[in-house]
Design a protein around this ligand. Structure first.
Ligand SMILES: [Zn+2]
Length: 213
């Protein structure tokens, strides 16, 4: 997307403020996996750009938010942006501003700071190929009035999901799955956060399969 230019430019001018940022600029940490395995706090969005050069971003939603103030009605825009490397990392963030462009930029930074690893696998009994093309098991996510279930699917199935879900699952690197959703699924922000919530659980759960390994 157009904002990639902005990010790579800001990466060139980046002066790290945190010790993690400095370690990355010195080449002592070279992958985002190390950051997560080490339980290190990610406080600078440039860290994600430095470690995931193939990062892509998509604007999921932009809303006009009206607010009553003493001076009258004030309009602001709220943007939701997803980032991912299509290979196991996904972030979802939001930003508010009086201009659409600024709201998107803030959301893009927030999405980087909220990035998480997604565990993929072949949880599909019809498939059993063992390759990480789907989710490892069925997962559920919730946000607001929306509930979503992501079900492992066989290779070649594709993403059986709504447009918003396809964008987020695709950025995470999931190629095949079924989805089921309940509740006010037309509320795009809640729907997007419900998917993100489900993807967080790929690492949160320990299944009987893990014990066997
Ligand atoms: Zn498979």
């Amino acid at each position: 997307m157009k904002s990639r230019g902005r990010e790579s430019q800001s990466l060139e001018q980046w002066i790290p403020k945190t010790s993690l940022g400095k370690m990355i600029q010195e080449g002592r940490i070279t992958s985002l996996d190390e950051v997560f395995i080490g339980g290190l706090q990610l406080r600078e969005s440039q860290i994600v750009d430095a470690l995931l050069p193939d990062l892509q971003e998509e604007v999921i939603n932009v809303n006009l938010v009206q607010k009553q103030t003493d001076a009258g009605e004030k309009s602001r825009f709220k943007a939701i942006v997803a980032v991912g490397n299509r290979d196991g990392y996904i972030g979802l963030g939001s930003g508010k501003a009086s201009q659409v462009r600024t709201a998107i930029e803030k959301a893009a930074v927030d999405a980087r700071l909220k990035i998480i690893p997604v565990r993929r696998g072949c949880g599909s009994w019809e498939c059993g190929c063992g390759k990480p093309h789907s989710v490892p098991f069925q997962i559920e996510g919730k946000c607001g009035g929306v509930k979503i279930v992501i079900i492992p699917g066989p290779r070649g199935l594709g993403l059986v999901a709504s447009e918003t879900a396809k964008v987020i699952l695709g950025l995470a690197g999931i190629k095949d799955c079924w989805t089921r959703s309940h509740g006010s699924t037309r509320t795009v922000p809640s729907f997007a956060y419900a998917i993100f919530d489900a993807l967080k659980k790929t690492y949160g759960l320990i299944t009987p399969m893990d014990w066997v390994k």
